[in-house]
Design a binder for this molecule. Structure first.
Ligand code: DLL
Length: 433
């Protein structure tokens, strides 16, 4: 039998959902107009005032907000509540300097945790379950979000955070964990390790997994389901919109239901910004209509996606989104960390290297690898191995402090990286995802 955490909301009629969205959108637009000068200026520039917004039909009149706006307004420029009412921040992974910092009131946290609780309930979770949360805790939203959701459902929650694979496996077995929350690549690594330990799926107590934060394929799902003996479900979200739980998969495992009482989804043409007709593929844009401290109006996610409004047999009435099919910017997600090639370039240029480099990303034994090949200039060329090692380490250290993850750096001879006649292809992503 299908379970819901908030049945009256999750199975509400389409008319009811539209009524909630209309009412909340009008209120939210007024909230940002009154409290966030940055939004008001943007709206004035676009020639719209709160009076022009009567419901979701008017959404397209509002200007977009992008990651660049978030960087420009860092840290407090988009805050819509006094700091005295905010209780938490979370932040995006990877970038240093002006990273995205999202603020939450207690009410925001409460609603975010409800979304995660819906996801856990949708995979069959109840207060009889033991839920191991192996997403990172801290600034990353994965751990805190699913942890809160798991508490709300009443599961016994194991906050292992990521890493220390042996301990993860020990807890899963000793405490009989039934639900696992982590990135799909970590789930796959755990599966591989258990197999190497000689464990068969029937010796693993897990029954379901909630995996997201990065792209993963249907093949990867089948593989994880087989090695762990579980059902593997997708979950989507982003820091700007609270974190995980913007959408989640149900028993159908065929698209993620967007929590439409909190988020209005649109699909736009990434080039023109035009709203695309029903069923088109394009960039996902979200408007958060219940967030108090850090409201996002028409936030461009850069995720390429499609929406599906056909009824779902699980009984949920909220629209489904497909697995994100790529990004309209060049952001890479490596071991769960968001990496922009421009950050790598900055480190190299700062250390006096030319912009002749190659970034090779691969997935070896379920773990993402990052290789950076850097060309030496004729002036710096040397065949002294000690010197080459010293420089490679210096670059690797710079990359670690910029990105927060390690990279393998190789210095190569001058002119050895093929020059491009058109746009330089600096990133080679060999992962089959
Ligand atoms: O990754 C939040 C999250 C945590 C989601 C745990 C699910 C589970 P950010 O670090 O801000 O937030 O990264 C957001 O990650 O724009 C997508 O490009 C990508 N992403 C998130 N979930 C999925 C998914 C968290 N299920 C960015 N499939 C988003 C593919 C995903 N990509």
């Amino acid at each position: 039998m299908e379970r819901y955490y908030q049945p009256e909301i999750e199975t509400a009629s389409r008319e009811q959902i539209k009524a909630w969205q209309d009412e909340r959108l009008v209120k939210q637009v007024k909230h940002v107009w009154d409290n966030v000068p940055y939004y008001r200026k943007k709206m004035e520039k676009a020639g719209v005032t709160p009076d022009d917004i009567k419901g979701t039909e008017d959404l397209h009149k509002l200007p977009f907000i992008t990651k660049d706006d978030l960087r420009e307004a860092y840290p407090y420029g988009l805050l819509a509540k006094p700091l005295s009412e905010c209780v938490r921040i979370q932040s995006t992974s990877g970038t240093t300097g002006k990273r995205v910092v999202a603020f939450y009131t207690q009410h925001d946290i409460d609603l975010w945790e409800d979304c995660c609780a819906r996801a856990i309930t949708a995979v069959g979770g109840t207060n009889e379950d033991v839920c191991q949360v192996s997403y990172g805790y801290g600034l990353f939203t994965g751990g805190p979000g699913l942890n809160g959701g798991s508490h709300k459902v009443g599961c016994l929650t194991i906050p292992t955070s990521s890493g220390n694979t042996e301990r993860q496996i020990m807890f899963i077995r000793d405490l009989q964990a039934t639900i696992l929350c982590c990135t799909p690549s970590y789930a796959s690594y755990l599966g591989e390790t258990m197999k190497e330990m000689g464990l068969t799926p029937d010796q693993i107590p897990l029954k379901a997994g909630i995996f997201g934060a990065e792209a993963w394929s249907e093949e990867m799902r089948q593989d994880i389901q087989k090695t762990l003996g579980i059902k593997a479900y997708d979950i989507y979200g982003l820091t700007e919109l609270s974190g995980p739980g913007v959408s989640f998969e149900c028993s159908e495992q065929n698209g993620m239901h967007i929590n439409e009482d909190h988020f209005i989804a649109e699909i736009i043409d990434p080039e023109t910004g035009e709203v695309l007709p029903e069923g088109s593929k394009g960039e996902l844009v979200f408007t958060a209509i219940t967030k108090e401290a850090f409201p996002m109006i028409r936030y461009r996610t850069k995720d390429i996606c499609m929406l599906n409004r056909t009824p779902c047999s699980c009984g949920r009435t909220h629209v489904r989104m497909c697995k994100p099919m790529g990004r309209s910017d060049d952001m890479l997600i490596i071991r769960g960390v968001n990496v922009f090639p421009s950050q790598i370039e900055t480190v190299l240029l700062n250390q006096g290297y030319p912009a002749n480099y190659r970034i090779i990303v691969d997935r070896v034994k379920s773990t993402d690898t990052l290789d950076v090949q850097v060309e030496m200039t004729p002036e710096m060329f040397t065949d002294n191995l000690g010197e080459i090692n010293r420089r490679q380490k210096e670059i690797a250290d710079g990359l670690r402090s910029m990105l927060g993850i390690s990279a393998k750096v190789t210095l190569v001879a001058p002119k050895s990286i093929v020059r491009s006649e058109g746009k330089a292809v600096r990133v080679i992503d060999k992962r089959k995802i």
